[in-house]
Design a protein around this ligand. Structure first.
Ligand SMILES: Cc1ncc(COP(=O)(O)O)c(C=O)c1O
Length: 456
């Protein structure tokens, strides 16, 4: 990412000198876009300045969907825990006991935040990708999945198990309603163990009706896994009331630094499966003779090796902070910013928002779009180098979806959350207005899309 920030802007999309609104972080309003919307909560690094052509500006972070900045409260809580940091499950010393208690308590905090069942197993993983790979490891039988998924919720199901791919891929329809019908038809056609769906698209932000999907899966004897990577920090989620069997998410998209993820769900599949990793911590007894190895049940079975304790604590602190903020307030905040962004984008000729479903009514703080005549990579470079705005470009690890949407070459994505203000949104709109108002256009870029080198 550093390389991107310091990369020279593609000359072909740089507006004529003097037209780029190099600003100081407050909007140099080209249009009156409405009253100021402040951040909902302070995030670390909100006042970071970044280099742009001719100087520096406050960074406008519109890339929350890739990794959200840490909430200030989370960072300070984790810094406190760092002062007492020691090994987990491996020491009799006082700090090892403190750290072990914190690590185990983190499971309870996560379970409470996502309203899990009391007997759900909570496994800390590296990230959502790892969590869904673990889910694929413990899931017996066929899995029904849509073609619009992030690769993390597609490829693990396609990987051969017992000599064959057990993914049954359903093509999403133009409406959510028809997509539910198509999924139901597939589940009814022959038994499947699991329906694996994303809760919110990482390309368009559209939210799927998880409760309805769970009912459909259960009606046909399947369980449901929800990829909540893009939902958990944006909307209240309840395993119990939505009827979710397994839920996966990442800390780094939920204001929790230090890289950890979660898979939470029904314990029987966790306990029936072979350990995800073989090694210390997962074993009750190891005998190289006839007795063989006895493995733990529960989370420990799949968490061999020293865990990422700060990552887990960080997720727990983020869950507490999000609960304090009130997920419904986060939803209102994002809705207000989305409305402003959508109205602004609609007014810029040449900007084309991406949408999967014509009947979707709810969206988290994500806006995917293309700009006529400008390669996505070039737009992202221009926004960074000329305006200090960070967005994502590429295929968002959702290649089949981008092809379906008619943009196999990729698109641009702006995304936001609790630390975003209306000035961040206005700066993006002003920059795109300037770009689209300038005739010089390109369809080529000097660099490959980030997907080729970066995963998120
Ligand atoms: C919907 C969705 N699922 C899964 C992932 C993978 O998350 P991670 O990179 O943390 O494993 C992402 C990341 O962008 C995502 O947006």
């Amino acid at each position: 990412m550093t390389a991107v920030l310091s990369a020279p802007v593609s000359r072909s999309v740089r507006p004529a000198l003097g037209t780029a609104p190099v600003c100081d972080g407050r909007s140099s309003a080209v249009a009156d876009r409405g009253p100021f919307i402040p951040a909902l909560a302070p995030v670390v690094g909100a006042d970071t300045r970044v280099p742009v052509t001719g100087g520096s500006v406050a960074y406008a972070n519109l890339d929350y969907a890739a990794s959200a900045p840490a909430l200030a409260t989370v960072a300070s809580d984790v810094a406190g825990a760092l002062g007492e940091y020691a090994s987990v499950h491996r020491g009799a010393g006082h700090l090892s006991q403190v750290t072990t208690r914190r690590y185990e308590a983190a499971r309870d905090t996560v379970r409470a935040f996502v309203r899990g069942r009391a007997d759900d197993t909570v496994v800390f993983t590296r990230n959502t990708t790892d969590a869904i790979n673990l889910a694929a490891h413990i899931t017996p039988g066929d899995v029904v999945v849509l073609d619009i998924e992030h690769h993390a919720n597609l490829l693990p199901w396609c990987a051969p198990k017992e000599g064959r791919s057990r993914a049954r891929i359903v093509t999403a329809c133009d409406t959510i309603e028809d997509t539910l019908v198509a999924l139901e038809a597939e589940l009814a056609s022959k038994p499947a163990s699991l329906l694996a769906v994303t809760a919110a698209s990482n390309v368009t932000g559209e939210v799927l009706p998880i409760g309805k999907l769970a009912s459909i899966a259960h009606r046909h004897g399947a369980r449901i896994l929800v990829d909540a990577a893009q939902l958990v920090a944006h909307r209240p989620i309840s395993i119990v009331s939505h009827g979710i069997d397994y839920l996966a998410f990442s800390g780094h998209k939920a204001y929790a630094p230090f890289g950890a993820g979660v898979l939470i769900g029904r314990s029987d599949w966790f306990d029936a499966a072979a350990p995800y990793l073989a090694g210390g911590g997962a074993t009750a007894d190891v005998d190289l003779g006839d007795e063989g190895t006895t493995w733990h049940s529960g989370a420990a079975r799949h968490e061999a090796g020293s865990p990422n304790v700060l990552g887990a604590i960080s997720i727990a602190k983020a869950c507490e902070a999000l609960a304090d903020l009130g997920p419904e307030y986060i939803g209102h905040h994002e809705a207000a910013l989305c409305e402003r962004l959508d109205a602004g984008l609609a007014a810029i000729e040449g900007v084309r928002p991406l949408r999967i479903f014509s009947d979707s009514t709810d969206r988290v703080g994500i806006a995917g779009f293309t700009v006529d005549g400008h390669a996505p990579r070039a737009v992202a470079e221009y926004l960074s180098s000329e305006h200090g705005i960070g967005v994502r470009d590429g295929k968002f690890c959702a290649h089949p979806l981008l092809k379906r949407l008619g943009h196999p070459e990729g698109a641009v994505r702006a995304s936001f959350g609790a630390g975003t203000t209306s000035d961040d949104v206005d700066r993006l709109l002003n920059a795109l207005t300037t770009l689209c108002g300038n005739a010089a256009r390109t369809t080529t870029t000097s660099r490959p899309a980030l997907d080729e080198g970066y995963p998120a």
